[in-house]
Structures are given as C-alpha cells and as structure tokens.
Ligand binder design. Structure first.
Ligand SMILES: O=C(O)CCC(=O)C(=O)O
Length: 280
C-alpha cells in the first residue's frame, strides 16, 4: 500500500470505526524516557488512591511537565494526523493510566461531555484521544477493547452506563454490572509499545483485566482536530472544560500553537454526558 492509500485507510477507520492505529510513532529513546518518568510518578501514588482506582488504574494528570509537552507536540504523530486530513490540532490535557499487576478490567465508557451540541452527532470527531501504550499489549495484560461504530450509532450499552466517575465502577465493586460485561460486537485493540492509537472520544471503550505480574501503562492525550472549524460554542466548551492549564501553554512555545482558544463573549455549550438517541 502506498502512503496515500495508507493514510486514506486510516482516515476511513477513524471516521467509520471510531479508531485507528498508526504503527511505530514514538522513537525508542522517547519511549524509554516515558517509561522511566511514568514509573517514578506511578510509584509515588498513595495506596489509598490505588484502592479507589482499581478499575481504571492510576489517573495521574500529565500536568506541566515539559516531557509531556514534547509528547503532545510529537511531530511524527501530528504529521500522520495531518496526512489523514486532521490538522489545526489543539491539545487540552492528558493522563497517565497504569493498570497494576493483577487488576480488574476497565469498565465500558465514552469520554465526550459535549453531547448537548448537535455537532456531536456528525461523523467528524470533535475530541480525540492519542493513546501511547508503553508496553506491548494483549488480552492478558489489559489491552484496549472498543465497540467499532459506537461513536455514531446507538448501542444497548448507552442506556445502561453509570457515570464514569461512579465509585462502584472505579473501585470495580461489582463485575456483574453491564459496564464490565463482554459485548458481542467488541474487538480487542492489541498494540506494540510506541504505536499510536487515535480514537474518537464518543467511542465506547474499555480494557481487559491485567492478569500478569507487570504494570501496563498508557498515556492518554486529549486532542481537538480541525479546531478552527468547530462551532464557536463548542470551542468555548473546550476552552472552559478542557483548557484548564493555561500557564503551561504560555511556558512552552511549541505547545502554545496547540492551545485551544476562542473569541471572547461566546456562550459555551453546557457540559453534558447525556447522549440523545438518533430517534430522540
Ligand atoms: O486504560 C486503557 O487502556 C484505556 C484508557 C481510557 O479508557 C481512557 O483514557 O479514556
């Protein structure tokens, strides 16, 4: 497959399935740097927090560390996204999510919170995740699982999901809940360390349990492609809900170009996790 066909196919997967994998994006030395840095941060998390986050694993904000600014602005990733037709990419925040050895599955959820705006029901994504797994993943150590197309289509799970922050989910108190059940249309997304998984924040996704002896870490970064073309109330939503680390963007000149901004005086789309059915 030539380059043009490759990126067109990735674009198709991203739009229609809700996710795609760009192989081998993170240079080996940066992968190593990320492993060492995240290991230090994860080791410092108090045990009481780990208990509250049995299902998700650690939820450490990437904060204002310049190493993560370097990851968010990684040129090979932005070049690939540009070749897929997504440029003017803005960045808001990110998390280090590490499933400890022998930890339960991550529950089904979506991450989009702007469902009140009609633009949320169109095919083009508003918010996307860039996920960098720092180890090879598979069913045994907690690879990502997704329901292809669920970013656009109604799915029975949409009527069953608890708020993703509910302690009953984050503590994995009841694995009999729908959020933890195998879905007939789910697919595994195993990757090699250093691959980039790009996905739509509306996509229903989860992760398998980590039944190995080794920690499984992913860095999730939140991006907004073609930001300049979004309706202004959604731009204001991104600035209000997501753009909460303004100082970091000023300190890092490369990151400054990826700061979500909008004209003053625009009323933001309200924060809403309620997704309307197509027939509503
Ligand atoms: O831990 C994972 O594999 C997935 C993380 C996730 O769902 C997220 O960042 O929204």
């Amino acid at each position: 497959m030539n380059d043009l066909d490759y990126y067109q196919e990735k674009r198709r997967q991203h739009l229609e399935d809700g996710f795609c994998i760009i192989e081998n994006v993170l240079p080996p030395e940066m992968l190593q740097e990320m492993r060492e840095l995240t290991d230090r941060l994860i080791d410092a998390v108090p045990e009481s927090d780990n208990k509250k986050q049995r299902s998700t694993g650690s939820m450490i904000p990437v904060g204002r560390n310049p190493a993560f600014a370097k990851l968010a602005t990684l040129q090979p990733a932005l070049d690939a996204y540009g070749r897929m037709g997504f440029d003017d990419v803005r960045f808001s925040s990110g998390y280090i999510i590490s499933k400890p050895p022998h930890s339960p599955p991550l529950f089904w959820h979506f991450d989009w919170m702007g469902w009140a705006h009609p633009r949320s029901y169109e095919i083009e994504p508003v918010q996307t995740f860039f996920m960098y797994y720092l180890v090879d993943t598979n069913r045994s150590n907690g690879c990502l699982r997704v329901i292809p197309g669920s970013h656009l289509r109604d799915h029975p799970l949409h009527d069953q999901l608890e708020d993703a922050h509910a302690p009953v989910l984050t503590r994995a108190e009841n694995l009999e809940m729908a959020e933890f059940k195998t879905q007939p249309d789910e697919v595994d997304v195993p990757v090699k360390a250093g691959d980039l998984v790009i996905g739509d924040s509306r996509l229903l996704h989860a992760a398998h349990a980590n039944s190995t002896e080794t920690r499984r870490t992913v860095i999730t970064l939140w991006m907004f492609p073609n930001f300049g073309q979004l309706p202004p109330p959604l731009q204001a939503f991104v600035v209000a809900v997501r753009g909460r680390n303004p100082q970091w963007f000023v300190e890092d000149p490369v990151l400054a170009a990826m700061r979500p901004d909008c004209p003053p005086g625009i009323e933001a789309t309200p924060d809403s996790r309620t997704r309307f059915r197509r027939e509503d």
